[in-house]
Write a protein that binds this ligand. Structure first.
Ligand code: FES
Length: 334
């Protein structure tokens, strides 16, 4: 049966767990209600952080034909929030709550040409798509960009499977991806699917529009966990409620508000639905919008933000400068 977007929660058991890179762990989960995972699907997983249950989303990297085994990969960065830590610590035999495969990044079969673009851990959304395109003998290239080969999960397997259809760009080898060059080679009939850091996806979106390419042919997946700037600790105030909370670098503003007893609406927790929107009353510093809910114009207006993923930073220069020693402070209302 094909994947749907109806959330059906079920038990899952970890049947394999292995480290692919220093920061990436692959988990194979056996669900109680098997369902085959189509390309572009993800599962939601219930994690426990400080005793609290929260939902996290992970692309299905691959699955058995009968859906008895679903593989995901978890990336742990220095800024990872508690969910990634919880997931990385899972061992074979552990049980957890998961959904069936959910689809919001479908692969449209039938396009004349495909470009699949993955940055870093974004490869997890592309592995299954690329395999399907190869199997149906579609014309495709898989472009995989990363900081170093050692940090690029699934690289050996992809090289073996896709051969010349795989293009690898590695920052520390001096072959970093040039988005303009990539898009210059994209013809109007091609469909581009991408998943990766927000900077990369934003550059592709701008370039795509600048070239007048068809917007429906550009499709992307985001899990709302990367931004324009490194996460910093900042302060959020809710004057109407007399609340002030510190948002640590490894925590989301939504989590900090919840910890402070503030009731905030939310659903996706990945910057897609807009339910966690808060109104900005004042900002000392800048807002690092990490959502895909607002348009670029709305983000520049700096009147609202999605507190599940977006953050405040003390400097808008792209890095915390020596001059920017003060923490950013934002005042909001709900
Ligand atoms: S909860 Fe969906 S955008 Fe924040």
């Amino acid at each position: 049966m094909a994947a749907t977007n109806t959330e059906v929660w079920q038990a899952g058991t970890v049947v394999e767990a292995e480290s692919l890179t220093a920061q990436t762990r692959r988990l194979v989960i056996a669900p109680a209600l098997p369902r085959r995972a189509e390309p572009g699907t993800h599962i939601d997983v219930m994690v426990t952080i400080n005793g609290e249950r929260q939902k996290r989303s992970y692309s299905v990297v691959d699955s058995s034909e009968d859906g008895q085994q679903l593989a995901i990969s978890v990336f742990l960065s220095p800024q990872s929030r508690g969910g990634a830590v919880f997931m990385q610590e899972l061992q074979v035999g552990d049980r957890l709550e998961i959904t069936q495969p959910l689809q919001n990044f479908p692969l449209r079969v039938g396009a004349p040409r495909y470009v699949l673009l993955a940055g870093g851990i974004g490869i997890t959304a592309m592995v299954n798509m690329a395999r399907v395109l190869r199997n149906i003998k579609a014309e495709y290239v898989l472009v995989y960009a990363g900081r170093s080969r050692a940090a690029m999960a699934y690289l050996p397997q992809l090289e073996e499977l896709h051969g010349e259809a795989l293009r690898v760009h590695v920052d520390d080898e001096g072959t970093a991806l040039n988005v303009d060059e990539l898009l210059a080679g994209v013809d109007p009939e091609s469909e581009l699917y991408m998943c990766g850091p927000i900077r990369l996806m934003d550059a592709v979106k701008r370039g795509w529009q600048a070239r007048g390419l068809s917007l429906p042919n550009l499709r992307y997946e985001t899990f709302g966990n990367s931004g324009w700037f490194d996460p910093e600790e900042f302060v959020v105030r809710v004057p109407r409620l007399g609340v002030e909370a510190t948002v640590g670098a490894g925590k989301s503003m939504l989590e900090a508000l919840e910890d402070a007893g503030v009731d905030v609406m939310f659903d996706c927790r990945k910057g897609e639905c807009g339910l966690c929107e808060v109104r900005l009353l004042g900002v000392q510093g800048s807002i690092d919008h990490r959502d895909v809910f607002y348009s670029e114009r709305q983000q520049h207006a700096a009147a609202k933000m999605c507190c599940c993923v977006s953050r405040a930073v003390s400097s808008d220069t792209g890095a915390r400068s020596a001059a920017a020693t003060e923490r950013a402070v934002i005042s909001i209302d709900l």
